[in-house]
Design a protein around this ligand. Structure first.
Ligand code: SF4
Ligand code: SF4
Length: 390
């Protein structure tokens, strides 16, 4: 889609093309951008859904990031906006790149009276003490990917000992970290062990994603594997007074007791926010509804802009629910259901079927373990932040 003749891809500098007005019109609806600033990665996890390449794969030139800020920050209708640095592995970008990018975004946000949140999802293996403190000082909230203690983590990921070092450094400097664990055939039997490991480093919460056969990963979780991992997290929370909170369990328990929140449509609503308030962008400035498979689902880019009528049709197609969902309207588990990720369902409808079966079984399991639900729920109610998530 991008007219390549005009752009020097090594710098992102394009002297000829002014920002098309449709870029601002498109960004008007957006409050969260997951920016895949590079496709490069320094470790090669076996299940990478981004199919990240080696450390030398392309990176976003600073001029492209600045152009993105020019399009997004003044145009968003929202006061509170977020930029999340993703990859590949975003910490492969240089310190100078981050300093320039963050200062430019903050300056723009200040000029346009926006409250800017910055976040980053990292594998945590390139984090010296100095870098960790630099990210803290730049105001970037860090989310780490970790599948458990090093020996468990390294069954599908790599360099778990460096992830552990980053956890220890963050604890030393009291830097809060978000954590994502991918439940996979290598760790679904080790969830209690993983939660003990997180507790040791002062991590109070994490999110468990189920492995999906996307990108270069061909492995699958069975529904039994999902149940084993999810039930371990559920009982760990009940047994330890929620010393570590797993977010999927937290949301299921809150929804089980209180019903669903009808606020902003997030990943766990039947129609998610992809392409609406939430978008993904890759290192070239190509925009898609979410941050994986950007080119396959591209809506437009920072140079050629957007055909907004076409975008409407693309998003209608992207979010269209087929006859498969009719059964959801009479399903008892609907109250706690996440309906599977829209992008993942496009790529693998059978993953949606597995998650559906998991949800029905987990809902029944919660009905059969009422005491544990009550224990978790009562503990979550003590904090407004934990109560809110449903
Ligand atoms: S559990 Fe399955 S049938 Fe029930 S609401 Fe969820 S996706 Fe629909
Ligand atoms: S496509 Fe998936 S990850 Fe993206 S916003 Fe929707 S549910 Fe979330």
């Amino acid at each position: 889609m991008i007219s390549q003749g005009k752009i020097d891809w090594s710098t992102g500098i394009d002297e000829e093309t002014p920002m098309p007005s449709s870029v601002g019109e498109f960004f008007n609806r957006v409050s969260f951008v997951a920016a895949r600033v590079t496709d490069a990665c320094n470790i090669q996890c076996s299940y990478c859904n981004a199919e990240a390449g080696c450390s030398t794969s392309p990176k976003m030139p600073i001029a492209t990031f600045r152009r993105f800020c020019d399009g997004y920050i003044p145009s968003s209708q929202f006061k509170q906006i977020t930029i999340e640095f993703h990859g590949g592995e975003p910490t492969l970008m240089s310190d100078a790149w981050f300093q320039d990018a963050v200062n430019y975004a903050k300056e723009k946000a200040f000029l346009w009276d926006k409250e800017l949140t910055l976040a980053m999802q990292t594998n945590g293996t390139l984090m010296s003490e100095e870098r960790l403190l630099m990210f803290r000082d730049l105001g970037i909230n860090l989310g780490l990917s970790c599948d458990g203690p090093p020996e468990v983590n390294d069954r599908r990921r790599h360099k778990g000992h460096l992830v552990e070092q980053t956890l220890a450094l963050a604890q030393k400097h009291k830097i809060p970290l978000g954590l994502t664990l991918v439940l996979n055939p290598g760790n679904y039997k080790c969830i209690r062990e993983a939660m003990d490991f997180f507790a040791k480093y002062g991590i109070r919460g994490y999110h468990m994603n189920f492995l999906e056969p996307q990108g270069r990963n061909q492995e699958r979780l069975t529904v039994d594997n999902m149940m084993e991992g999810a039930c371990a997290a559920f009982h760990y929370m009940a047994d330890t007074n929620c010393s570590v909170i797993e977010a999927r369990t937290q949301q299921m328990v809150n929804r089980f007791k209180l019903g669903r929140s009808e606020g902003l449509h997030t990943c766990t609503h039947m129609e998610c926010g992809a392409g609406k308030w939430f978008i993904g962008m890759d290192w070239t400035g190509t925009i898609s509804p979410c941050d994986t498979h950007v080119h396959e689902f591209a809506l437009g880019d920072l140079w050629n802009g957007f055909d907004l009528e076409r975008v409407k049709v693309q998003l209608t197609d992207f979010h269209r629910k087929g006859a498969w969902y009719i059964k959801c309207f009479t399903c008892e588990a609907r109250k706690v259901c996440t309906f599977n990720c829209t992008m993942s369902t496009h790529k693998n409808p059978d993953v949606r079927d597995a998650e559906c079966e998991f949800t029905i079984r987990m809902h029944k399991y919660m009905l059969d373990h009422w005491d544990a639900v009550e224990k978790i729920f009562n503990k979550l109610q003590e904090s407004p932040r934990n109560r809110f998530f449903r």
